[in-house]
Design a protein around this ligand. Structure first.
Ligand code: MN3
Length: 320
């Protein structure tokens, strides 16, 4: 079973809305090599795991759990890039719409109008061409060696695609998330590479693990310098054997070392999106809002000048 903390694994940096960048990022979420696949692939492999090779199980499942946080991060990043974009009057979208009879005029010009018609300015479980995510992307072969090889290809291809996506926009919201995911993909390449190394693969004599030098991207370099691409979290409260694999020299053969940690050193607060009246979202009229507020102690405590408690979901129905 699983628990969660209502924090993000990496901060979302504020910048202007950029719906085209949001759409490019959909490939990293719902594409064939995106975060939804890595999450489902590693979770299915760990849930179907056979035999008693606990360190391999713990490695695959620990990474699978991290991938849930990546799906969360990239989803919220896409939403942040979309949020408010139809009414945005900054330098990129100087078109009519704001305050007129067509407040969502800009939406129909975007790469994927479903972001506005279906998703209320939020992320969708689709790729950058709008194809729905498919369970057939998930490879769970029931064979440890084959699964590890498949996972290494998945992480390498995912990182390659994100290195391409990085170059599509200089938007800070976009680049912060893409850069973090690039650094973490590299850690996961090391994890599956190391697991295969423990089963006898000698990367020096076989093939190098694919190298796409992302250290040329300043945001990625900062993370690499901090060692983010050489650590892995196991998230297991009852003791993990992941460190029996993820430790010692990295299979990149660059002199770096791998470190297993219980969880990421830092996590970052997140807040729900603003209301979007043009999307009828969340769509609570005053009567319904009152009922929703009755479930929270926010307004009551605000009246009494007390700090509201930190309950998850409470903020989402509050109005100032
Ligand atoms: Mn990932």
């Amino acid at each position: 079973m699983f628990y969660h903390v209502q924090n993000l694994i990496n901060p979302i940096i504020a910048d202007e809305p950029d719906p085209s960048a949001a759409n490019a990022l959909q490939e990293g979420l719902g594409g064939q090599f995106g975060e939804m696949r890595t999450m489902m692939q590693y979770l299915f492999q760990s849930f179907n795991f056979r035999g008693d090779s606990v360190p391999y199980h713990d490695l695959i499942q620990g990474i699978g759990i991290e991938e849930i946080s990546h799906v969360e991060l990239i989803t919220k990043t896409i939403a942040a890039l979309l949020d408010g974009s139809p009414a945005y009057q900054g330098k990129k979208f100087e078109t009519p719409g704001k305050g007129g009879t067509t407040p969502m005029n800009e939406a129909k010009e975007q790469m994927n109008p479903q972001h506005f018609i279906v998703g209320a300015q939020g992320a969708l479980p689709v790729d950058s061409a709008g194809n729905p995510w498919s369970g057939s992307y998930v490879h769970c072969n029931g064979n440890l060696v084959l699964d590890l090889l498949d996972n290494l290809v998945l992480e390498s291809t995912g990182r390659l695609q994100k290195c391409r996506i990085y170059q599509m926009s200089s938007n800070k919201t976009f680049r912060a998330t893409v850069s973090f995911l690039i650094a973490r993909d590299e850690a996961h390449e090391m994890a599956f590479g190391k697991a295969l190394e423990k089963l006898g693969v000698n990367w020096n004599k076989l093939l190098p693990i694919p190298k796409f030098d992302s250290s040329q991207y300043p945001e990625v370099k900062k993370l690499i310098d901090a060692g983010v691409n050489r650590e892995q979290y196991h998230f297991r409260l009852d003791g993990s054997e992941m460190a029996r694999i993820f430790s010692g020299p990295a299979p990149a053969n660059d002199g770096s070392e791998l470190t297993t940690l219980k969880e990421p050193v830092e996590s970052y607060t997140t807040s729900p999106g603003a209301e979007r009246p043009e999307e009828f979202s969340p769509g609570l009229d005053p009567e319904l809002q009152e009922l929703a507020d009755a479930l929270t102690d926010l307004k009551e405590k605000a009246k009494r000048g007390q700090k509201p408690s930190n309950g998850v979901g409470k903020k989402s129905v509050s109005r100032k």
